[in-house]
Design a protein around this ligand. Structure first.
Ligand code: GLA
Length: 650
């Protein structure tokens, strides 16, 4: 034990020496990012200047001056680009000097080698927007980011391309794919590194790797891949749980070790294990939790103001660098929300909202927590402008929209417009979403049953399976509730249809390799159904111009509904909330934007956030499409209201 300790201290010292020796002797670069007024400590317009960042003893030194990092997290991928500047300005007004963001690989490379860096995905523009507001940037490119995102931000196709891949390990395929991705990302990020005149001062290596593994080879590979692009133009860091083992397992020489903790830690003692590992260097809480995230079926999670303020004050008094995780959360639009699965194999998917009970709400409004934080930071920092007090933005109360049944997904019209027929398969193993290269949505597996009546058993549903016999709904198999069998009434040659919903891939822990579909066999009366299977996917990536008029009564099953909203004459669109109360479970699109998963009967989230920038002013219509997987309970209407319901109906 003792010998090991000496070794760690030695490793840590290697880091300290290399970090303190960082100096920039690259050619001077004039910043095109910010006026000197906005960002006094970024490089100026007039005089060419070398930006340099280093560590001296326990401080970050930027261009010769110490910097106390006061940061908040905001993930650009959780809010439309039109709102970035507004949110960042509110960070600055609260007294923060830095914004931290993950970069989500799957957001930029959703399919292999199909990159997207424009519009909401223009991460370089986000970083420039931060500089414009006078904020430094902590960049967290992973490659694994956790963050309550599908597969922890890793692209799902890795699981399809390499069926045996070991994510987050020295697996050659994983490391090589990471290398290709980082090269692409840094084409956009390199000009924005501090040493090149940009605002990015710190770049994280991996994410909380210490609770996942301890492979030094892997850590060094990721460090080297990132460092090849960053060089000495920003500092590298790692962030881990607070205990010594996590720190040791997650840290890597050449990167500053930092820890993540919330309000239940004591600022005086929490750094002791870190100090054991790293005797000197700046202390930083890389994820300070002012709230928390929520799973479906839980009560809404959060954090009281008083402990946040107490811990924040302690950190300020002790000059601890910190980053609120998150200061603004936003939304898991589309199919991006992740899930947890613990050692008891309890699968819990995350809700769509990432409000997080953060200082700024999902719609970007300041809360009492925000004002309290601003007060504390103001007491320590004369830069905080007391007159700049952000206020709540107005919201639209647009009332009721009537929805019409359009088409059932299982009907011939539904299949031809929304389905994608894959090749038939024979045997007892069914292709997963990943094998078929379908990221999200639904997959329909169908076969013929020969027995009369019996028990259907599916041991590994991923995740929720709606079971139909001869097109009539017969019940549910569910990973969440561990319901794996169902008694069915069948005739010889009955058609068994299994509609599988992917509820989000696990984003944390040992069950990360979360393939979707049906893993293992499908059994009927103890025998594996290994005849011919027909497979139809519903990727649900673009839902528009769906035709059909489905006049049936509302049977249980996946049906698409449509309606229109026209905003009040002469009014600019405002942010609003769709109240899904009375509906079952499904997804909603507004003008083609997927707002995410709704599930009011599970709760606690009832409303879906609708950004005003996605709405059209009158006289244009706004098209609302809802894919209901179960059954509406009430009338076929949906309300636009001017407040969120994230904690159930009350
Ligand atoms: C960890 C991760 C974050 C996030 C938080 C919980 O600390 O690093 O990405 O998952 O937990 O919100």
């Amino acid at each position: 034990m003792c010998v090991l300790k000496v070794l760690f201290v030695a490793l840590a010292s290697v880091f300290i020496i290399s970090a303190t020796s960082i100096r920039f002797d690259s050619a001077p670069v004039v910043s095109k990012l910010a006026s000197a007024n906005h960002a006094p400590s970024l490089s100026s317009h007039s005089a060419p200047q070398i930006n340099n960042i280093s560590i001296a003893e326990d401080e970050f030194i930027l261009n010769g001056k110490p910097l106390h990092i006061k940061s908040g997290s905001l993930h650009y991928f959780r809010v439309p680009a039109e709102y970035w500047a507004d949110r960042l300005r509110k960070f600055k007004a609260a007294g923060l000097n830095t914004v931290s963001t993950y970069v989500e690989w799957s957001y930029h490379e959703p399919e292999e080698r199909q990159y997207s860096f424009s519009g909401d995905r223009d991460v370089a523009q986000f970083v420039r927007a931060a500089a414009k507001e006078g904020l430094y940037v902590l960049l967290r490119p992973g490659p694994y980011i956790c963050a309550e995102r599908d597969l922890g931000g890793l692209p799902y196709w890795l699981l399809g391309k390499y069926p045996n891949i070991k994510l987050r390990s020295a697996d050659e395929d994983f490391v090589e794919e990471t290398r290709i991705w980082m090269a692409k990302l840094f084409e956009h990020m390199s000009p924005l590194l501090f040493g090149n005149g940009g605002p990015i001062i710190l770049v994280q290596v991996e994410n909380e790797y210490g609770v996942y593994g301890s492979d030094m080879v892997y850590k060094e590979q990721i460090r080297d891949i990132i460092s090849e692009h960053v060089g000495a133009k920003a500092l590298l860091y790692t962030a881990d749980f607070v205990d010594f083992d996590s720190i040791r397992n997650g840290a890597v020489p050449g990167a500053l070790a930092t820890i993540n903790f919330g309000t239940n830690s004591n600022v005086q003692t929490v750094f002791e294990p870190l100090r054991q590992y790293m005797p000197e260097g700046p202390l930083m809480n890389s994820e300070f939790y002012p709230g928390w995230f929520t799973h479906w079926t839980e009560s809404a999670q959060g954090q009281e103001i008083a402990p946040v303020i107490r811990t924040l004050t302690d950190m300020m008094n002790n000059k601890i660098n910190f980053n609120f995780y998150v200061f603004f959360g936003g939304t898991n639009f589309e199919f991006t929300a992740g899930a947890n699965d613990d050692s008891l194999q309890k699968y819990l998917p995350d809700i769509t909202s990432y409000d997080y009970d953060a200082p700024l709400t999902e719609a970007g409004d300041p809360t009492l927590k925000y004002y309290a934080i601003k007060d504390v930071l103001g007491q320590f920092n004369s830069d905080v402008n007391e007159d700049q007090i952000p206020t709540e933005s107005p919201k639209g109360n647009y009332g009721n929209v009537v929805l019409r049944r359009k088409v059932s997904l299982l009907s011939p019209e539904g299949r031809s417009q929304l389905g994608k027929k894959y090749s038939d398969v024979t045997g007892s193993t069914l292709p997963t979403f990943e094998e078929l290269r379908q990221r999200a949505g639904l997959m329909l597996y169908e076969t013929t049953i020969h027995d009369t009546n019996g028990i259907l058993e599916i041991k590994m549903p991923r995740d929720r399976i709606y079971v139909f016999v001869d097109e009539v709904y017969a019940g549910l198999i569910s990973r969440m509730t561990n319901k794996h069998s169902l008694s069915l009434e069948t005739k010889p040659d009955s058609v068994l249809s299994l509609l599988v919903e992917n509820q989000g891939r696990v984003n944390f822990g040992q069950y990360l390799h979360d393939y979707k579909g049906i893993l293992g066999t499908v059994e009927f009366n103890g025998k594996s159904l290994s005849g011919k299977w027909s497979v139809t996917g519903y990727p649900l990536e673009q839902i528009d111009n769906i035709s059909g008029t489905d006049l049936q009564n509302s049977d249980y099953g996946p049906v698409l509904y449509e309606g229109e909203l026209i905003l009040p004459e002469g009014q600019q669109p405002l942010d609003t909330f769709l109240d899904t109360g009375g509906w079952g479970k499904g997804y909603i699109w507004v003008n083609g934007h997927n707002l995410g998963r709704y599930w009011p009967s599970a709760g606690p989230q009832i409303t879906m956030y609708v950004p005003g920038v996605w709405l059209h002013a009158a006289p244009s219509q706004n098209k609302i499409i809802l894919l209901e997987l179960e059954q509406p309970l009430g009338d076929l209407t949906i309300d636009f209201i001017n407040y969120p319901k994230l904690a159930g109906e009350n």
